[in-house]
Design a protein around this ligand. Structure first.
Ligand SMILES: Nc1ncnc2c1ncn2[C@@H]1O[C@H](COP(=O)(O)OP(=O)(O)O)[C@@H](O)[C@H]1O
Ligand SMILES: CC(=O)OP(=O)(O)O
Ligand SMILES: [Mg+2]
Length: 394
């Protein structure tokens, strides 16, 4: 038995699990939520159902990971960092350089850092977390697992933008997508739940967290996905605008007397989405029950954009067997699932209100008669990451 830690740094969270491998039993797990927001939540579950929980302001991922490593020792979950043989790190953007998971050396880490423009809210923070590991756990093998890997099967017709092709040839400008590890995991689980080989299924997977992406899956392969060159594209998200008319950039920059394009991109990445529309919060928990009309408008726009992508993927796939909900909002927010599916009855999707009460458990939430099944599948990016560490370090 060896111990592997899987670290999943998201835009608003840091999730992690320590597994005994190859048994895949969980030794401890935890999440730091609302990173960068007031009242971040730091939780560790370990031992025989023990829980360590603190609410405090955690400014960034660097602080979160240092706090986590400190508590692993303080709570006696491990006696020394040397016990951890492998560490798997989620990295959002691998570009065309990294098609698969890889052991991290200095050249790999520098390349991950150089891909910052491909995932500005993620790669820099993820690289920092890896550097903390290199410093504090020098004997541990670090492995990078890329969100983009699963989407490398997308056909050219879907990953190319309608701009001069020379820019793809010269600069690798294309759609890369994200959340691939999650889409892959929930698709595999869905096939099990439906009792069919994944090769025979057409699936639309909806990863709805602080970042949101919708993926069309055929034959177990990603055919198209809503995120683009970076995770800014697609649907409305916690702080990201999703798709907009690019002409807006020049127009708004002039109005705002902005000269730096990075400032504009930052506005779309960090001040838009639920936060921008509601002017209240990027966190769905602060909005869902909030009677403020702006909060409710934000919630409606959020649902509408997801529904539109699902609709378009019915066209991409020429029909679908199942829609799958996962991630923070997809797993926990039944009202949001109801809002999204209620507009898709023409396609043959019908939710069972009672089954839809479920939260964070694997279950079918559509009615018996629903032509398209609707599934709730809690994602487990960390397990997929730990499996890749095991594969590469054996
Ligand atoms: N019980 C809940 N009801 C509604 N939304 C929830 C609930 N629990 C978590 N969320 C939402 O999930 C989002 C975070 O999702 P998550 O997948 O953890 O994020 P990340 O993108 O950082 O990985 C937040 O917007 C949070 O409000
Ligand atoms: C790519 C992305 O948006 O990831 P997350 O939802 O974890 O922030
Ligand atoms: Mg995430």
């Amino acid at each position: 038995m060896s111990k592997t830690i899987a670290i999943n740094a998201g835009s608003s969270s840091l999730k992690w699990q320590i597994f005994a491998m190859p048994e895949e039993t969980i030794i401890a797990k935890g999440i730091v939520e609302r990173i960068g927001l007031p009242e971040s939540i730091f939780t560790i579950k370990y031992g025989n159902g023990e829980v360590y929980n603190r609410v405090l302001d955690i400014l960034d991922h660097d602080i979160a990971v240092n706090m986590l490593l400190e508590q692993l020792i303080a709570l006696n979950i491990i006696r020394s960092f040397d016990e951890i043989k492998g560490a798997g790190h989620r990295v959002v953007a691998g570009g065309e350089t990294f098609q698969d998971s890889i052991i991290i050396d200095q050249a790999v880490l520098e390349k991950i850092e150089s891909l910052a423009e491909f995932a500005p809210l993620h790669n820099p923070a993820e690289a920092k977390v890896i550097r903390v590991f290199e410093r504090l756990l020098p004997k541990t093998t670090n492995v990078a697992v890329f969100d983009t890997s699963f989407h490398t099967t997308m056909p050219e017709v879907n990953y190319l933008y309608s701009i001069p092709t020379e820019y793809y040839d010269k600069y690798k400008v294309r759609k890369y997508g994200a959340h691939g590890t999650s889409h892959r995991y929930v698709a595999l689980r869905a096939a099990k739940m439906l009792g069919k080989p994944i090769e025979e299924l057409k699936l639309i997977t909806c990863h709805i967290g602080n970042g949101v992406s919708i993926t069309a899956i055929e034959n177990g392969k990603s055919i198209d996905t809503s995120m683009g060159f970076t995770p800014l594209a697609g649907t409305t998200m916690g702080t990201r605008s999703g798709d907009i008319d690019p002409s807006l950039l020049a127009y708004l920059m002039e109005k705002l007397e902005m000269t730096d394009m990075n400032e504009m991109i930052d506005l779309l990445n960090r001040k838009s989405g639920l936060l921008g529309i509601s002017q209240i919060s990027s966190d769905m928990r602060d909005l869902e029950e909030n009677p403020d009309p702006k909060a409710q408008l934000a919630v409606q726009i959020f649902a509408d954009r997801i529904r539109k992508y699902i609709g378009s993927y019915f066209a991409t796939l020429n029909g679908a067997d199942a829609i799958i909900f996962t991630a923070g909002i997809g797993e926990n927010d039944r009202k949001m699932r109801q809002r999204i599916i209620s507009g898709l009855s023409w396609f043959g999707c019908e939710l069972d209100p009672q089954r839809n009460e479920a939260q964070a458990v694997e279950t079918i939430i559509s009615t018996e008669d629903s032509k398209v099944k609707v599934l709730l599948v809690p994602t487990d990016e960390e397990l997929m990451i730990a499996r890749d560490v095991e594969k590469l370090t054996k």
